[in-house]
Design a protein around this ligand. Structure first.
Ligand code: CP
Length: 316
């Protein structure tokens, strides 16, 4: 373990962030509160730009990303770290090097943190066992996307207050979505009323959290919801398209008329990328009073600053 990875007593009790399931409520509250602090600091222009000076964060994205990779990089740089992006497309994986040998090789260079996205279930857990620096899951398969859930729930808490009082309806591809999974796990830890709404073909046999209600009817599932989250069909994780876009939009696409089934002040969230005309109408997507997607994106940077802070240096 490097000098930088030695943490003082009383520090955050995890070296890695591999999923929400591994965190206690206190851990999550510490991350959410620290993210609130960083959001305020970013607004004031005073965000501890020296905190990670001298550290090197290595990003390993085996899957495409716009939001997550960029906001991890911004978060690291806002805290003074340097970021090296390893590019799967130009890597020696293409010469036959195995995944395990690639990770061992990169770990031998002693980065101070690794951020990884991978299509294989549990890949960040495997990497965490192989290297001696913090490993942060930026999304693996359909299992978990913990930083997305942290930024989502921080937004819900800011917009609606006490999580235990909330009814959150998640519409869409519940079977293949790591965002839906991490949000279900996190929200149920705090006692929120969580519903998932999907056609049978996009509903998994088993949900990742206990006590989540299942609906196939959009009208029934949205009834009384404070927060509505839309999740696109994750075609990259399907062998063949399981549902046509037009049929999906007809039955599960959200517009202002269908949103009226939820509470009158319900907000609509989406982790992105969102698909206009499939998940959501143009009119609703452009209505920033209801669709808070860009605020979610904005919140991704302070949420990831909080993760770097608590994992690399922060006191609990
Ligand atoms: N929300 C999310 O994970 O987006 P990206 O795939 O663009 O990172």
């Amino acid at each position: 373990m490097s000098f930088f990875n030695k943490k003082p007593a009383g520090s955050f009790p995890h070296r890695d962030l591999t999923g929400i399931a591994a965190l206690s409520k206190d851990d999550i509250l510490a991350l959410l509160d620290r993210a609130d602090d960083y959001a305020q600091r970013l607004e004031r222009g005073n965000f501890q730009s020296d905190l990670l000076r001298g550290r090197i964060v290595l990003t390993l994205f085996f899957e495409d990303s716009t939001r997550t990779r960029t906001s991890f990089e911004m978060a690291a740089k806002r805290l003074g770290a340097e970021v090296i992006h390893w590019d799967v497309k130009t890597s020696s994986l293409n010469k036959g090097e195995t995944f395990g040998d690639t990770i061992a090789t990169l770990g031998a260079m002693k980065p101070d943190a690794i951020v990884i996205r991978h299509s294989e279930y549990g890949a960040p857990l495997t990497v965490a066992q192989m290297v001696d620096c913090p490993v942060i899951n930026a999304g693996d398969s359909w299992r978990e996307h913990p930083t997305q859930a942290l930024l989502d729930v921080r937004m819900m808490r800011a917009a609606k207050g006490d999580l235990s009082e909330l009814t959150v309806a998640i519409i869409g591809d519940i079977a293949h979505s790591r965002v839906a999974a991490s949000n279900m796990i996190l929200l149920r830890k705090f006692g929120a009323n969580v519903r998932v709404i999907a056609p049978d073909i996009l509903m998994p046999e088993k949900l990742p959290a206990e006590g989540v209600q299942q609906f196939s009817s959009l009208e029934e599932g949205l009834n009384g919801a404070d927060v509505v989250m839309t999740i696109r069909p994750q075609k990259e994780r399907m062998q063949t398209a399981l549902i046509e876009d037009a049929a999906y939009y007809r039955d599960y696409g959200l517009n202002h008329d269908k949103l009226a089934f939820a509470k009158p002040d319900a907000i609509v969230m989406d982790p992105g990328p969102f698909l206009r005309g499939v998940q959501i109408s143009d009119e609703l997507a452009d209505d920033e009073s209801r669709f808070v997607y860009l605020k979610q994106v904005e919140g991704g940077v302070p949420a990831r600053m909080a993760v770097f802070d608590l994992l690399l240096t922060g006191k609990f």
